[in-house]
Design a protein around this ligand. Structure first.
Ligand code: PXG
Length: 451
């Protein structure tokens, strides 16, 4: 481009009408947002900065992703270097060295013999990838009748057709037709009556895993490919697995040759005090999905980690033939891989997973100080995550939590997530004890202000 053209382009950018209409925001009430926009322009470590230059403490690690904190120098540097060195290389039939290095590092963090890593660009793609690997795995082994997928009520597995089919959130499903055929659901494990104000995994509820036996009896194991669950349901309000529940699911899957998929898009990379929640629970799933924390949110990336036997099942047939007909243009994108390596270095060098574990009791105590505030019905904590259920306003479900979120942003200077009438908090793992107190003080004031 000639110099004059460039100058013209720049001027055009600056003088372009800057209204808010063109952008259709995801999972956002567009009209009320555009009446009162919440614009973020930069971030550093534990803070966001709004367009009017107010500092906001990040109570949610973005959308559960900036586990190492924001704009960390080593990650920024790694992305810059990668952009200068290799912008893109084809993901199919070619590869670049950093992809192998990152795959090895991710595999080393995974439990048991989960040692094969498939890369994609988001949690939704990771879920679709895992479901497809599960179906294809049975197929290549001559058990092609195993086509049924089992999810869970109140599960969130992203927004692809696979993810919404196994997911259990009615609004994410009801507008989108018939979804995938042959899907069934386990019940959600939450009961306020049995577990209100529990810190960590509730004692009550492991028996919900036995519902899988019921589904096996109903459908026959020979028709079931896989079960997918989040070790801790994040999006629907932080629902930790009951004690013993995941172990029981594992045992039932083993009994019937069903693959167990842990969707660790939120729980991966330290949220529950371990690289993966699988480790916290001593359960080795067959497939783990990850995203978000792999790059601390800095570049989109997701992936699936598979047990060795799953990968090996595909390694048959003529060697020049593709073994798995699946992948994305941007699988293992060079910038994402560079960001991923720098992020894993930070997690290791700053011991951030162990830090989350050490802070967990402190975080839970601080969270429970909100008990007794107006409208607070339950508080659930696990790792560095908390869900605070608020009483819905008559005839307007979700309104109270939305008001808390707005108030927190506009007046208190803290970012929180509202899901229905639940406030979810999940700060970056670099959060200090003083910042934990600050976050809960601010959230408490916002809850009182809108009471
Ligand atoms: N699986 C799980 C368990 C998730 O939590 C996805 C898959 C999909 O990831 P992508 O990258 O496609 O968005 C998620 C995403 C919230 C919130 O407020 C949660 C997610 C995304 C945005 C908001 O709880 N989880």
């Amino acid at each position: 481009m000639a110099q004059t053209d460039l100058a013209q382009t720049r001027r055009a950018t600056v003088t372009a009408p800057n209204d808010l209409e063109s952008y259709w925001l995801p999972f956002t009430p567009n009209r009320s947002f555009k009446r009162s926009p919440r614009l973020i322009v930069r971030a550093k470590d534990m803070h966001y900065y709004s367009a009017d230059n107010r500092a906001l403490i990040d109570g949610t690690a973005g959308l559960w992703c900036t586990n190492a904190g924001h704009n960390r120098d080593p990650i920024v540097e790694a992305i810059k270097r990668a952009a200068e060195t290799l912008d893109y290389s084809p993901a199919f039939q070619f590869a670049h060295p950093v992809a192998f290095e990152l795959a090895g590092r991710v595999a080393a963090l995974a439990p048991g013999d989960l040692n094969r890593v498939f890369f994609c660009n988001s949690g939704s793609e990771a879920v679709d990838t895992a479901l497809k690997i599960a179906l294809a795995y049975h197929n290549v082994r001559g058990e092609g009748s195993r086509t049924r997928l089992i999810g869970r009520e109140r599960g969130y597995h992203g927004v692809g057709f696979g993810g919404i089919s196994v997911g259990g959130i009615v609004n994410n499903r009801k507008f989108f037709g018939s979804l995938l055929a042959g899907v069934d659901h386990l019940p959600a494990t939450y009961s306020r009556e049995h577990q209100a104000f529990t810190k960590g995994e509730p004692q009550w509820g492991a028996h919900f895993a036995d519902e899988l036996e019921r589904l096996v009896t109903l459908h026959d194991a020979a028709t079931i490919a896989a079960v997918i669950v989040e070790p801790m349901a994040g999006s629907t309000g932080v629902l930790p697995a009951p004690q013993g529940y995941l172990q029981r699911l594992r045992a039932i899957c083993d009994r019937h040759g069903i693959l167990l998929i842990f969707d660790e898009v939120i729980t991966g990379f330290g949220r529950l005090g371990y690289a993966f929640a699988a480790e916290r629970y001593g359960v080795v799933p067959d497939l783990i999905t990850f995203a978000k924390g792999i790059t601390s949110g800095s570049v989109p990336m997701g992936g699936v980690i598979a047990r060795d036997g799953i990968y090996q099942a595909f390694m048959r047939g003529p060697e020049h033939v593709i073994e798995l007909f699946h992948g994305y243009t941007y699988s293992a994108h060079p910038l994402a891989c560079a960001a991923g390596l720098a992020t894993l270095d930070l997690y290791r060098d700053e011991n951030l997973f162990a830090r989350a574990k050490t802070l967990e009791p402190r975080f839970a105590d601080a969270a429970m100080t909100l008990r007794g505030l107006p409208g607070v019905l339950d508080i659930r904590t696990v790792g560095l995550a908390v869900g605070i259920d608020l009483a819905s306003r008559a005839g307007a479900p979700g309104l109270r939590a939305y008001q808390v979120m707005e108030r927190a942003f506009q007046e208190e200077g803290v970012m929180v997530r509202a899901a229905g009438d639940t406030i979810a908090l999940s700060p970056p793992l670099i959060v200090s004890e003083a910042q934990i107190d600050e976050i809960f003080d601010k959230v408490g004031r916002a809850i009182k202000a809108v009471a």
